[in-house]
Design a binder for this molecule. Structure first.
Ligand code: CA
Length: 224
C-alpha cells in the first residue's frame, strides 16, 4: 500500500512516516502543495494524508484539482482547525475524511483502513488465491487460516501481485508498489525480495507460485 503524506512540519512528518512504514506502507512525503500536486500526478497512491496549512496555501485546494483530473485517490485531511464548518468545507471539496490534530496514531490508522475499505475504492478487503488469503485492511496474510508472517517488502510484492493474479505485473509497477521515491534501491533488490517470497510460498505449499520473465516482470498464478 502506497501513501502520499503531505505535511510541512518536519517532526510530525517524520514521526508519521516512521509509524506508517512500521505498518507495512510505502510512504512518499511532500512538504508543500506544489510538491504534493507533482507527486499525486506522477505516482499511483492508495491514499493521501493531507495537511491543510501548508507554506504555499491551503492543502484542501489540492482535492478539487485531483478530482477534476479523474483522480479518485481517497484523501484524509489532517488539520489543527477542528470546528465543524472547516470539516464541512473539506468534505464539500471532495475529501473523504477529516482528522483534527492532535490525534492518536491508532485513530489515523483506523480512519485509513476505513477509507481503503470503501466500495468506491477498487480495493477488495480480502483477496484469495490458492490457499492464500491477504487481508489488505489489516495487512495480514494467512495460509489455510494460519497466519503467515512476511517482512514488509515481501508483503508489498505479494500485495501487488495478488491484485493482478494470473496477469503479468510489470517491473516498473512492482518497483512503484514496493519502494518509495527516496528509498535507496540496489538494482537487484526487487528480485531478491521476489525470490525470498517465492521460496516461502513454495514451502507453505499454498497453491500459488510466482513466475517471472527476466527484466519484464512477475506474475502470480494458482497451481491448484
Ligand atoms: Ca502545516
Amino acid at each position: 500500500m502506497r501513501i502520499l503524506l503531505v505535511e510541512d512540519e518536519p517532526e510530525l512528518a517524520s514521526a508519521l512516516r516512521t509509524a506508517l512504514r512500521r505498518h507495512d506502507m510505502v510512504v512518499d512525503h511532500a512538504s508543500s502543495l506544489l510538491e504534493a500536486e507533482d507527486y499525486a500526478e506522477a505516482e499511483g497512491y492508495d491514499a493521501i494524508l493531507l495537511d491543510r496549512q501548508l507554506p504555499d496555501g491551503d492543502g484542501l485546494t489540492l482535492v478539487p484539482k485531483l478530482r477534476g483530473r479523474g483522480n479518485a485517490t481517497p484523501v484524509l485531511v489532517l488539520t489543527a482547525r477542528s470546528d465543524t464548518s472547516d470539516k464541512v468545507d473539506g468534505l464539500d471539496m471532495g475529501a473523504d475524511d477529516y482528522l483534527a490534530k492532535p490525534f492518536a496514531f491508532e485513530e489515523l490508522l483506523a480512519r485509513l483502513r476505513a477509507l481503503l475499505r470503501r466500495p468506491a475504492n477498487v480495493q477488495t478487503q480480502v483477496i484469495r488465491a490458492g490457499d492464500l488469503a491477504f487481508d489488505f485492511g489489516h495487512r495480514e496474510v494467512s495460509v489455510r487460516g494460519e497466519p503467515m508472517t512476511l517482512p514488509r517488502r515481501e508483503l508489498l510484492v505479494l500485495e501487488a501481485l495478488l491484485k493482478r493474479t494470473g496477469r503479468m505485473v510489470q517491473r516498473t509497477s512492482l518497483m512503484e508498489a514496493v519502494f518509495g521515491l527516496d528509498d535507496e534501491i540496489q538494482s537487484n533488490a526487487l528480485d531478491t525480495h521476489v525470490s525470498r517470497l517465492r521460496r516461502k510460498l513454495a514451502e507453505a505449499a499454498c497453491g500459488v507460485e510466482i513466475n517471472g520473465v527476466r527484466g519484464v516482470g512477475y506474475l502470480l498464478r494458482e497451481t491448484s
